[in-house]
Write a protein that binds this ligand. Structure first.
Ligand SMILES: *Cc1c(COP(=O)(O)O)cnc(C)c1O
Length: 420
Protein backbone atom coordinates (compact mmCIF):
# COMPACT_ATOMS: atom_id res chain seq x y z
CA UNK A 1 0.00 0.00 0.00
CA UNK A 2 1.18 3.53 -0.69
CA UNK A 3 0.00 7.08 -0.20
CA UNK A 4 -0.18 8.15 -3.86
CA UNK A 5 -3.87 8.49 -4.63
CA UNK A 6 -6.19 10.39 -6.95
CA UNK A 7 -8.23 13.08 -5.23
CA UNK A 8 -10.63 15.18 -7.28
CA UNK A 9 -8.92 13.92 -10.41
CA UNK A 10 -5.40 14.92 -9.33
CA UNK A 11 -2.73 12.52 -8.11
CA UNK A 12 -1.61 13.40 -4.60
CA UNK A 13 1.26 12.25 -2.43
CA UNK A 14 -0.38 12.11 0.99
CA UNK A 15 -2.17 15.52 1.15
CA UNK A 16 0.00 17.29 -1.42
CA UNK A 17 -1.13 17.54 -5.06
CA UNK A 18 1.80 16.54 -7.29
CA UNK A 19 1.34 19.55 -9.63
CA UNK A 20 2.17 21.78 -6.64
CA UNK A 21 5.54 20.05 -6.29
CA UNK A 22 6.21 20.26 -10.04
CA UNK A 23 5.40 23.98 -9.94
CA UNK A 24 7.67 24.62 -6.97
CA UNK A 25 10.64 22.40 -7.80
CA UNK A 26 10.36 21.69 -11.52
CA UNK A 27 10.58 18.33 -13.23
CA UNK A 28 11.90 15.69 -13.27
CA UNK A 29 11.77 15.23 -9.52
CA UNK A 30 11.58 12.26 -7.17
CA UNK A 31 8.76 12.49 -4.63
CA UNK A 32 8.71 10.32 -1.50
CA UNK A 33 5.91 9.69 0.97
CA UNK A 34 7.27 9.48 4.49
CA UNK A 35 3.98 7.91 5.68
CA UNK A 36 4.51 5.04 3.24
CA UNK A 37 8.07 4.42 4.43
CA UNK A 38 7.02 4.51 8.06
CA UNK A 39 4.13 2.18 7.34
CA UNK A 40 6.35 -0.33 5.55
CA UNK A 41 8.89 -0.25 8.37
CA UNK A 42 6.07 -1.00 10.83
CA UNK A 43 4.50 -3.76 8.77
CA UNK A 44 7.86 -5.46 8.29
CA UNK A 45 8.81 -5.14 11.97
CA UNK A 46 5.40 -6.44 13.05
CA UNK A 47 5.67 -9.42 10.74
CA UNK A 48 8.93 -10.41 12.45
CA UNK A 49 8.10 -9.41 16.00
CA UNK A 50 7.41 -13.00 16.99
CA UNK A 51 11.04 -13.93 16.29
CA UNK A 52 12.13 -12.04 19.41
CA UNK A 53 13.99 -8.75 19.12
CA UNK A 54 15.24 -8.71 15.53
CA UNK A 55 17.39 -5.91 14.13
CA UNK A 56 15.84 -4.45 10.99
CA UNK A 57 18.80 -2.94 9.16
CA UNK A 58 17.62 -0.92 6.16
CA UNK A 59 19.74 -1.62 3.07
CA UNK A 60 21.05 1.90 2.54
CA UNK A 61 21.93 1.31 -1.10
CA UNK A 62 18.21 1.21 -1.96
CA UNK A 63 17.80 4.87 -1.01
CA UNK A 64 20.64 6.64 0.82
CA UNK A 65 19.07 10.10 1.07
CA UNK A 66 19.76 11.52 4.52
CA UNK A 67 16.11 12.43 5.10
CA UNK A 68 15.04 8.89 4.22
CA UNK A 69 17.62 7.44 6.61
CA UNK A 70 16.61 9.88 9.35
CA UNK A 71 12.95 8.92 8.88
CA UNK A 72 13.79 5.24 9.25
CA UNK A 73 16.22 5.84 12.12
CA UNK A 74 13.35 7.39 14.08
CA UNK A 75 11.41 4.18 13.55
CA UNK A 76 14.24 2.28 15.18
CA UNK A 77 15.71 0.79 12.02
CA UNK A 78 19.40 0.15 11.68
CA UNK A 79 21.44 0.14 8.48
CA UNK A 80 23.02 -2.41 6.19
CA UNK A 81 25.87 -0.62 4.45
CA UNK A 82 28.15 -1.73 1.63
CA UNK A 83 30.70 1.09 1.56
CA UNK A 84 32.26 3.54 3.98
CA UNK A 85 30.23 6.26 2.28
CA UNK A 86 27.03 4.49 3.25
CA UNK A 87 28.40 3.92 6.75
CA UNK A 88 29.04 7.65 7.12
CA UNK A 89 25.60 8.50 5.79
CA UNK A 90 23.98 6.13 8.30
CA UNK A 91 25.92 7.65 11.20
CA UNK A 92 25.16 11.18 9.97
CA UNK A 93 21.44 10.32 9.88
CA UNK A 94 21.51 9.30 13.53
CA UNK A 95 21.62 5.52 13.19
CA UNK A 96 23.50 4.17 16.22
CA UNK A 97 26.66 2.18 15.39
CA UNK A 98 25.33 -0.89 17.19
CA UNK A 99 22.58 -1.07 14.57
CA UNK A 100 24.93 -1.06 11.59
CA UNK A 101 25.97 -4.12 9.61
CA UNK A 102 28.72 -3.77 6.99
CA UNK A 103 28.27 -6.05 3.95
CA UNK A 104 29.95 -6.08 0.55
CA UNK A 105 32.43 -8.12 -1.41
CA UNK A 106 35.21 -5.54 -1.71
CA UNK A 107 35.71 -3.82 1.63
CA UNK A 108 39.11 -2.17 1.67
CA UNK A 109 41.47 -1.98 4.64
CA UNK A 110 40.68 1.73 4.99
CA UNK A 111 36.95 1.05 5.05
CA UNK A 112 37.42 -1.69 7.63
CA UNK A 113 39.52 0.56 9.86
CA UNK A 114 37.11 3.49 9.71
CA UNK A 115 34.07 1.37 10.55
CA UNK A 116 35.94 -0.52 13.26
CA UNK A 117 36.97 2.73 14.94
CA UNK A 118 33.48 4.20 14.60
CA UNK A 119 31.79 1.04 15.83
CA UNK A 120 29.27 -1.35 14.34
CA UNK A 121 27.33 -4.51 15.11
CA UNK A 122 29.02 -6.77 12.61
CA UNK A 123 31.04 -7.08 9.43
CA UNK A 124 29.63 -9.65 7.03
CA UNK A 125 32.76 -11.16 5.49
CA UNK A 126 32.70 -12.78 2.09
CA UNK A 127 35.90 -14.87 2.09
CA UNK A 128 38.75 -16.15 4.24
CA UNK A 129 41.15 -13.76 2.50
CA UNK A 130 38.89 -10.92 3.58
CA UNK A 131 38.92 -12.31 7.15
CA UNK A 132 42.73 -12.24 7.04
CA UNK A 133 42.74 -8.59 5.99
CA UNK A 134 40.15 -7.78 8.68
CA UNK A 135 42.25 -9.52 11.31
CA UNK A 136 45.30 -7.52 10.28
CA UNK A 137 43.44 -4.22 10.39
CA UNK A 138 41.91 -5.00 13.80
CA UNK A 139 45.25 -6.13 15.21
CA UNK A 140 46.96 -2.92 14.05
CA UNK A 141 44.27 -0.88 15.78
CA UNK A 142 44.27 -3.01 18.93
CA UNK A 143 40.54 -3.66 18.42
CA UNK A 144 38.42 -6.76 17.94
CA UNK A 145 36.25 -7.01 14.83
CA UNK A 146 32.81 -8.62 15.29
CA UNK A 147 32.31 -10.78 12.20
CA UNK A 148 30.01 -13.18 10.43
CA UNK A 149 30.54 -14.94 7.14
CA UNK A 150 28.07 -14.38 4.37
CA UNK A 151 27.48 -17.85 3.03
CA UNK A 152 26.39 -18.62 -0.48
CA UNK A 153 23.71 -21.31 -0.17
CA UNK A 154 23.67 -22.18 -3.88
CA UNK A 155 19.98 -21.64 -4.47
CA UNK A 156 18.37 -20.13 -7.55
CA UNK A 157 16.58 -16.99 -6.39
CA UNK A 158 14.39 -17.02 -9.53
CA UNK A 159 14.78 -13.31 -10.12
CA UNK A 160 16.52 -11.20 -12.78
CA UNK A 161 20.09 -12.45 -13.20
CA UNK A 162 21.59 -9.03 -12.42
CA UNK A 163 19.98 -9.04 -8.96
CA UNK A 164 20.49 -12.72 -8.15
CA UNK A 165 23.35 -13.28 -5.70
CA UNK A 166 23.01 -16.75 -4.19
CA UNK A 167 24.01 -19.07 -7.03
CA UNK A 168 27.19 -21.16 -6.78
CA UNK A 169 28.97 -19.08 -9.44
CA UNK A 170 28.02 -15.66 -8.05
CA UNK A 171 30.74 -13.38 -6.70
CA UNK A 172 29.03 -13.19 -3.31
CA UNK A 173 29.70 -15.11 -0.13
CA UNK A 174 31.57 -18.23 0.95
CA UNK A 175 30.21 -21.38 -0.69
CA UNK A 176 28.18 -23.01 2.07
CA UNK A 177 30.03 -26.29 1.50
CA UNK A 178 33.27 -24.51 2.53
CA UNK A 179 31.74 -22.65 5.45
CA UNK A 180 32.97 -24.88 8.29
CA UNK A 181 36.55 -24.55 7.06
CA UNK A 182 36.16 -20.78 6.73
CA UNK A 183 34.90 -20.48 10.32
CA UNK A 184 37.76 -22.65 11.57
CA UNK A 185 40.24 -20.43 9.71
CA UNK A 186 38.69 -17.26 11.12
CA UNK A 187 38.77 -18.60 14.66
CA UNK A 188 42.52 -19.06 14.33
CA UNK A 189 43.02 -15.40 13.34
CA UNK A 190 43.76 -12.79 16.00
CA UNK A 191 41.38 -9.94 16.88
CA UNK A 192 38.30 -11.41 15.21
CA UNK A 193 35.18 -12.27 17.19
CA UNK A 194 33.23 -14.71 15.08
CA UNK A 195 29.61 -14.22 16.12
CA UNK A 196 27.20 -14.94 13.30
CA UNK A 197 26.11 -16.22 9.92
CA UNK A 198 24.71 -14.12 7.07
CA UNK A 199 22.93 -14.86 3.82
CA UNK A 200 21.36 -12.75 1.05
CA UNK A 201 20.34 -14.50 -2.14
CA UNK A 202 19.03 -11.70 -4.30
CA UNK A 203 16.51 -8.96 -4.73
CA UNK A 204 12.93 -8.58 -5.97
CA UNK A 205 12.17 -12.17 -4.95
CA UNK A 206 8.57 -13.02 -5.74
CA UNK A 207 8.64 -16.58 -4.47
CA UNK A 208 9.42 -17.62 -0.88
CA UNK A 209 10.68 -21.09 -1.82
CA UNK A 210 14.31 -20.06 -2.55
CA UNK A 211 14.45 -18.07 0.71
CA UNK A 212 12.96 -21.00 2.59
CA UNK A 213 15.59 -23.34 1.08
CA UNK A 214 18.42 -20.91 1.86
CA UNK A 215 17.32 -20.41 5.48
CA UNK A 216 17.01 -24.17 6.04
CA UNK A 217 20.62 -24.52 4.91
CA UNK A 218 21.70 -21.70 7.24
CA UNK A 219 19.90 -23.41 10.14
CA UNK A 220 21.75 -26.64 9.49
CA UNK A 221 25.04 -24.74 9.27
CA UNK A 222 24.45 -22.98 12.61
CA UNK A 223 23.95 -26.40 14.17
CA UNK A 224 27.22 -27.68 12.66
CA UNK A 225 29.17 -24.58 13.65
CA UNK A 226 28.04 -24.97 17.24
CA UNK A 227 29.15 -28.58 17.15
CA UNK A 228 32.52 -27.24 16.03
CA UNK A 229 32.58 -25.04 19.12
CA UNK A 230 31.71 -21.64 17.59
CA UNK A 231 29.49 -19.25 19.52
CA UNK A 232 26.85 -18.15 17.02
CA UNK A 233 24.70 -15.33 18.39
CA UNK A 234 23.45 -13.63 15.23
CA UNK A 235 21.86 -14.82 12.01
CA UNK A 236 21.49 -12.20 9.28
CA UNK A 237 18.86 -13.29 6.78
CA UNK A 238 19.44 -10.43 4.33
CA UNK A 239 16.77 -8.67 2.31
CA UNK A 240 15.26 -9.44 -1.03
CA UNK A 241 11.51 -9.51 -0.60
CA UNK A 242 9.88 -8.31 -3.80
CA UNK A 243 7.35 -5.52 -4.24
CA UNK A 244 4.52 -5.10 -6.78
CA UNK A 245 5.60 -3.11 -9.84
CA UNK A 246 3.13 -4.28 -12.46
CA UNK A 247 -0.57 -4.26 -11.57
CA UNK A 248 -1.19 -7.10 -14.05
CA UNK A 249 1.17 -9.49 -12.26
CA UNK A 250 0.05 -11.40 -9.14
CA UNK A 251 1.15 -9.78 -5.87
CA UNK A 252 4.43 -11.12 -4.46
CA UNK A 253 4.29 -12.74 -1.01
CA UNK A 254 3.97 -10.06 1.65
CA UNK A 255 5.82 -9.50 4.92
CA UNK A 256 3.25 -11.57 6.87
CA UNK A 257 3.88 -14.71 4.81
CA UNK A 258 7.61 -14.08 4.95
CA UNK A 259 7.44 -13.56 8.72
CA UNK A 260 5.52 -16.79 9.21
CA UNK A 261 8.08 -18.72 7.16
CA UNK A 262 11.01 -17.19 9.04
CA UNK A 263 9.37 -17.78 12.42
CA UNK A 264 8.80 -21.44 11.57
CA UNK A 265 12.32 -22.09 10.26
CA UNK A 266 14.23 -20.17 12.92
CA UNK A 267 12.18 -21.30 15.94
CA UNK A 268 15.04 -23.27 17.53
CA UNK A 269 18.01 -21.26 16.30
CA UNK A 270 18.55 -19.36 19.56
CA UNK A 271 20.10 -16.30 17.87
CA UNK A 272 19.23 -12.65 17.39
CA UNK A 273 17.96 -12.29 13.83
CA UNK A 274 19.02 -9.46 11.54
CA UNK A 275 17.10 -8.48 8.39
CA UNK A 276 18.26 -6.17 5.62
CA UNK A 277 15.18 -5.06 3.68
CA UNK A 278 15.72 -2.29 1.15
CA UNK A 279 13.24 -2.28 -1.68
CA UNK A 280 10.36 -3.43 0.51
CA UNK A 281 10.65 -0.37 2.74
CA UNK A 282 11.05 2.37 0.15
CA UNK A 283 10.16 1.26 -3.39
CA UNK A 284 6.46 2.07 -3.29
CA UNK A 285 7.13 5.15 -1.20
CA UNK A 286 8.52 7.00 -4.22
CA UNK A 287 7.55 8.20 -7.67
CA UNK A 288 9.51 9.97 -10.36
CA UNK A 289 7.43 12.95 -11.46
CA UNK A 290 8.09 14.05 -15.02
CA UNK A 291 6.58 16.26 -17.70
CA UNK A 292 5.69 15.18 -21.21
CA UNK A 293 7.85 17.25 -23.57
CA UNK A 294 6.02 16.16 -26.70
CA UNK A 295 4.22 13.25 -28.27
CA UNK A 296 6.07 12.27 -31.43
CA UNK A 297 4.18 10.20 -33.99
CA UNK A 298 5.89 6.92 -34.89
CA UNK A 299 5.68 4.33 -37.65
CA UNK A 300 4.08 2.19 -34.97
CA UNK A 301 2.92 3.47 -31.61
CA UNK A 302 3.56 7.15 -30.81
CA UNK A 303 6.53 8.14 -28.65
CA UNK A 304 5.72 9.94 -25.44
CA UNK A 305 8.93 11.90 -24.86
CA UNK A 306 9.25 12.85 -21.19
CA UNK A 307 11.79 15.09 -19.46
CA UNK A 308 13.07 12.23 -17.29
CA UNK A 309 15.60 9.86 -18.80
CA UNK A 310 17.62 6.72 -18.21
CA UNK A 311 20.19 8.75 -16.27
CA UNK A 312 17.48 9.65 -13.74
CA UNK A 313 15.84 6.21 -13.54
CA UNK A 314 18.15 3.50 -14.77
CA UNK A 315 16.19 0.39 -13.82
CA UNK A 316 14.33 -0.07 -17.11
CA UNK A 317 17.53 0.11 -19.19
CA UNK A 318 19.60 -1.85 -16.64
CA UNK A 319 17.19 -4.61 -15.65
CA UNK A 320 14.34 -4.34 -18.19
CA UNK A 321 12.41 -3.23 -15.12
CA UNK A 322 8.74 -2.37 -15.31
CA UNK A 323 7.43 0.87 -13.83
CA UNK A 324 3.74 1.74 -14.02
CA UNK A 325 3.36 5.12 -15.75
CA UNK A 326 0.29 7.19 -14.95
CA UNK A 327 -0.93 10.67 -15.83
CA UNK A 328 -1.11 12.97 -12.81
CA UNK A 329 -4.40 14.48 -14.00
CA UNK A 330 -6.00 11.71 -16.07
CA UNK A 331 -8.43 12.93 -18.75
CA UNK A 332 -10.06 9.52 -18.97
CA UNK A 333 -8.77 8.54 -22.43
CA UNK A 334 -6.34 5.68 -23.09
CA UNK A 335 -3.38 5.36 -25.43
CA UNK A 336 -0.79 2.80 -26.47
CA UNK A 337 2.62 4.38 -26.55
CA UNK A 338 6.37 4.05 -26.25
CA UNK A 339 7.53 6.14 -23.32
CA UNK A 340 11.06 7.44 -23.85
CA UNK A 341 13.49 9.96 -22.45
CA UNK A 342 15.59 12.52 -24.32
CA UNK A 343 18.98 10.79 -23.89
CA UNK A 344 20.72 9.76 -27.11
CA UNK A 345 20.52 6.00 -26.53
CA UNK A 346 17.87 3.59 -27.73
CA UNK A 347 18.11 2.10 -24.24
CA UNK A 348 16.56 5.30 -22.92
CA UNK A 349 13.16 3.68 -23.18
CA UNK A 350 10.90 3.32 -20.15
CA UNK A 351 8.12 1.33 -21.81
CA UNK A 352 7.34 -0.11 -25.23
CA UNK A 353 3.79 -0.57 -26.51
CA UNK A 354 2.45 0.45 -23.10
CA UNK A 355 -1.30 0.84 -22.64
CA UNK A 356 -1.67 3.84 -20.37
CA UNK A 357 -3.80 6.84 -19.60
CA UNK A 358 -3.69 9.29 -22.52
CA UNK A 359 -1.27 12.20 -22.19
CA UNK A 360 -0.24 15.15 -24.32
CA UNK A 361 2.59 17.69 -24.27
CA UNK A 362 2.77 19.57 -21.00
CA UNK A 363 1.03 16.87 -18.95
CA UNK A 364 2.65 15.47 -15.84
CA UNK A 365 3.22 11.74 -15.45
CA UNK A 366 4.58 9.59 -12.65
CA UNK A 367 6.76 6.53 -12.79
CA UNK A 368 5.54 4.56 -9.82
CA UNK A 369 7.53 2.41 -7.42
CA UNK A 370 10.59 4.61 -7.85
CA UNK A 371 11.69 4.93 -4.22
CA UNK A 372 14.31 2.16 -4.38
CA UNK A 373 17.36 1.77 -6.63
CA UNK A 374 16.26 4.85 -8.51
CA UNK A 375 17.54 8.31 -7.49
CA UNK A 376 20.64 6.66 -6.05
CA UNK A 377 21.60 5.12 -9.40
CA UNK A 378 21.26 8.41 -11.26
CA UNK A 379 24.13 9.75 -13.30
CA UNK A 380 24.78 12.97 -15.16
CA UNK A 381 25.00 11.28 -18.57
CA UNK A 382 24.21 13.70 -21.40
CA UNK A 383 25.19 16.49 -18.96
CA UNK A 384 21.87 16.20 -17.22
CA UNK A 385 22.22 17.44 -13.62
CA UNK A 386 21.15 15.05 -10.86
CA UNK A 387 17.41 15.06 -10.22
CA UNK A 388 16.14 16.63 -7.00
CA UNK A 389 14.27 14.68 -4.33
CA UNK A 390 11.28 15.86 -2.31
CA UNK A 391 9.81 14.32 0.82
CA UNK A 392 6.16 14.72 1.73
CA UNK A 393 4.71 14.40 5.23
CA UNK A 394 0.97 15.06 5.43
CA UNK A 395 0.32 18.44 3.82
CA UNK A 396 3.98 19.50 3.97
CA UNK A 397 6.77 18.90 1.51
CA UNK A 398 10.45 19.64 1.61
CA UNK A 399 13.27 19.44 -0.92
CA UNK A 400 15.60 16.79 0.50
CA UNK A 401 18.12 17.02 -2.33
CA UNK A 402 18.39 20.08 -4.48
CA UNK A 403 18.52 19.97 -8.22
CA UNK A 404 22.15 19.98 -9.19
CA UNK A 405 23.26 23.15 -10.92
CA UNK A 406 24.86 22.57 -14.33
CA UNK A 407 27.44 25.21 -13.36
CA UNK A 408 28.60 22.93 -10.52
CA UNK A 409 29.08 20.07 -12.96
CA UNK A 410 31.02 22.23 -15.37
CA UNK A 411 33.17 23.71 -12.61
CA UNK A 412 34.11 20.24 -11.38
CA UNK A 413 36.11 19.66 -14.57
CA UNK A 414 39.61 21.07 -14.32
CA UNK A 415 41.60 22.21 -17.34
CA UNK A 416 45.19 21.00 -17.46
CA UNK A 417 47.71 23.79 -17.35
CA UNK A 418 48.51 23.43 -21.11
CA UNK A 419 44.92 24.19 -22.12
CA UNK A 420 44.47 27.26 -20.00
C1 LIG B 1 21.01 -5.10 -1.77
C2 LIG B 1 21.15 -5.85 -0.51
C3 LIG B 1 20.07 -5.94 0.38
C4 LIG B 1 18.70 -5.35 0.10
O1 LIG B 1 18.01 -6.03 -0.87
P1 LIG B 1 16.47 -5.68 -1.14
O2 LIG B 1 16.10 -6.56 -2.25
O3 LIG B 1 16.42 -4.24 -1.51
O4 LIG B 1 15.71 -5.97 0.09
C5 LIG B 1 20.28 -6.59 1.58
N1 LIG B 1 21.47 -7.15 1.89
C6 LIG B 1 22.52 -7.09 1.04
C7 LIG B 1 23.79 -7.72 1.44
C8 LIG B 1 22.40 -6.45 -0.18
O5 LIG B 1 23.44 -6.41 -1.02
Amino acid sequence: MDHFTLRDGVLHCEDVPLPAIAAAVGTPVYVYSSATMVRHAHVFSQALASTGDPLIAFAVKANPNGAVLATLAREGLGADVVSIGEYRRAIAAGIPPERIVFSGVGKTADEMATALKGGLLQFNLESVVEAEMMSGVATDLGLTAPVAFRVNPDVDARTHKKISTGGALSKFGVPISDAREAYAAARALPNLAVQGVAVHIGSQLTDLAPLDAAFEKVGALIHELREDGHVIRFADLGGGLGVPYDRDVPLPPGPEEYGAMVTRITADWDVRLIFEPGRLIVANAGVLLSEVVRVKPGVGDPFVVVDAAMNDLMRPSLYDAYHAIDPVTPHGGKMKANVVGPVCESGDTFATGRRMGAVEAGDLVVFRTAGAYAATMASTYNSRPLTPEVMVAGDKFSVIRERQDIAVLIAADKLPEWLR
